[in-house]
Design a binder for this molecule. Structure first.
Ligand SMILES: [Zn+2]
Length: 247
């Protein structure tokens, strides 16, 4: 059939064009280097230890979070109290972000609606490279994304962010019936559990296991850690206080 041949030819040309675009992008180290060197993209990056910068941002967030907590407050009260947080938040130029990205930390976090990394660490768009999936496990596509962040964007820190009341960890702990795909998702969480774990211990064990698996499963991440170009740090987020703690 002529139309089938034509369609196959068009698809083939489209695939070839995609591959060519990828290859061309890979062959442009000078362009990538100039984006990395763009000072406007690093204007909010900390000059010191990125982990300490995240923890300091979290202190600011937690203060506002605690102030806006309680049934006596209206939504407008909470808006005013959380808005105070933004008076200190560094913001990159959107025009610069349209040219590229230069994140200074990566976060492997749960998809939970209460666990938004930019809020928790009080940073603006363009600063964190986020990978999110229920239960913050070290899943293949997530590891690949983090390899890109480390190898291409030179991110020096990955934090793995577990959190209080995690639904995925609860599912792994209680053995409730799940769909086949959710079973796949909780399998590494179940493997991380230790006898006698309650939910908060299970969250911590899952978070440290995911952090460990990043370098076990990825030569790129392992080599970066060995070369002291990368730190991988598990953290635990408390929803009531808004504080993260180092595990
Ligand atoms: Zn969760």
């Amino acid at each position: 059939m002529a139309w089938q041949r034509r369609e196959l030819l068009q698809r083939g040309l489209a695939s070839a064009a995609s591959l060519l675009a990828v290859a061309t992008a890979a062959a442009r180290p000078a362009a990538a280097a100039s984006t990395r060197a763009d000072p406007a993209l690093s204007a909010c990056a900390p000059s010191g230890d990125p982990l300490q910068a995240l923890l300091a941002g979290n202190q600011r967030f937690a203060a506002a979070w605690q102030l806006s907590s309680g049934p006596a407050l209206t939504s407008a009260d909470r808006t005013a109290r959380m808005a105070a947080l933004w008076s200190e938040t560094c913001q990159l130029d959107p025009a610069a972000l349209a040219r590229g990205q230069r994140p200074w930390a990566a976060v492997l976090a749960c998809a939970d609606a209460r666990v938004s990394p930019e809020w928790i660490f009080d940073v603006g768009p363009g600063e964190l490279f986020d990978v999110r999936s229920a239960g913050n496990t070290a899943f293949a596509e997530g590891i690949a994304s983090l390899e890109y962040a480390v190898a291409q964007l030179q991110v020096p820190l990955i934090v793995v962010l577990g959190h209080q009341s995690c639904g995925a960890v609860t599912a792994a702990l209680t053995g409730q019936p799940l769909t086949p795909l959710l079973e796949q998702l909780v399998t590494p969480i179940r493997a991380s559990l230790q006898p006698g774990d309650d939910l908060s211990l299970a969250v911590r064990h899952n978070t440290t296991a995911a952090a460990r698996q990043l370098s076990e499963r990825s030569a790129v991440l392992r080599d970066a850690v060995s070369a002291r170009k990368l730190t991988i740090q598990p953290l635990d987020f408390n929803l009531e206080t808004g504080l993260v703690s180092v595990i």
